[in-house]
Design a protein around this ligand. Structure first.
Ligand code: COA
Length: 187
């Protein structure tokens, strides 16, 4: 069971941000959030309109995250509105359960207000204490300077590069793999 208690933090402007685990009743607003983020940013994998999750699929997804001991589906809300999400997916096989990937997206109106950092810090604290996770991975487009800068402030380091992994509006985009080791980093 991946659980953290709801937490209140404050963004750069001093406004409260509520962090809590997604529940099945959030499915409809999560579908809208994903559609909006896909529209607002080219830094995600999907183009606008490519998200196809039904309400039932989204509910099942949320339940699977809540049941796994190495997965986390975290929401950030401001004034009762969903403004950001972070999902960490730990791998299922025993040899790789200690690691996985996360992704995050914040509504464009709320970029650069510290919410991404707040979500990251909560995930790292959860990972340190869940008894399973030892290494956190992510994939980021090489052009996503804001995200790369943010991940570096939390100790993530580049571990590899997939050349021309994406093609966005006619341009090749590389994907950088970054990792954070919760114990000693390998030499
Ligand atoms: C990337 C994202 C999650 C970051 O969240 P956020 O709430 O905007 O980030 P924060 O405000 O916590 O931190 C951003 C940091 O990057 C810095 N930054 C912003 N633009 C930057 C740029 N062009 N170059 C370098 N650093 C930059 C900010 O100054 C801030 O650093 P600081 O805390 O030291 O001042 C969010 O912008 C987002 O959802 N973007 C669209 C989707 C996306 O890219 N998801 C990640 C895919 S890997």
């Amino acid at each position: 069971m991946a659980w953290i208690e709801p937490l209140t933090r404050h963004d750069r402007l001093g406004s409260p941000v509520l962090l809590r685990i997604a529940k099945e009743a959030d499915a409809a607003s999560l579908i809208l959030h994903v559609e909006a983020c896909d529209r607002e940013s080219s830094f995600l994998s999907r183009e606008s309109g490519e998200s196809t999750a039904t309400l039932l699929e989204e509910r099942n997804l949320i339940r699977r995250y809540a049941e796994a001991d190495n997965a986390l589906f975290l929401l950030a809300e401001q004034q009762g509105k969903l403004v950001g999400t972070l999902t960490y997916t730990g791998w299922r096989l025993k040899r790789m359960r200690h690691t996985g990937r996360f992704g995050m997206s914040i509504r464009k109106t709320h970029w650069n207000q510290g919410i991404g950092g707040i979500l990251l810090d909560a995930m790292i604290a959860w990972a340190r204490s869940n008894g399973v996770t030892r290494k956190i991975g992510l994939e980021v487009q090489h052009v996503n300077e804001r995200a790369i800068a943010l991940y570096q402030t939390r100790g993530f380091v580049p571990e590899g590069r997939l050349h021309r992994e994406m093609r966005i509006e006619g341009e090749w985009v590389d994907v950088i793999l970054m990792s954070l080791w919760l114990d000693e980093p390998p030499v």
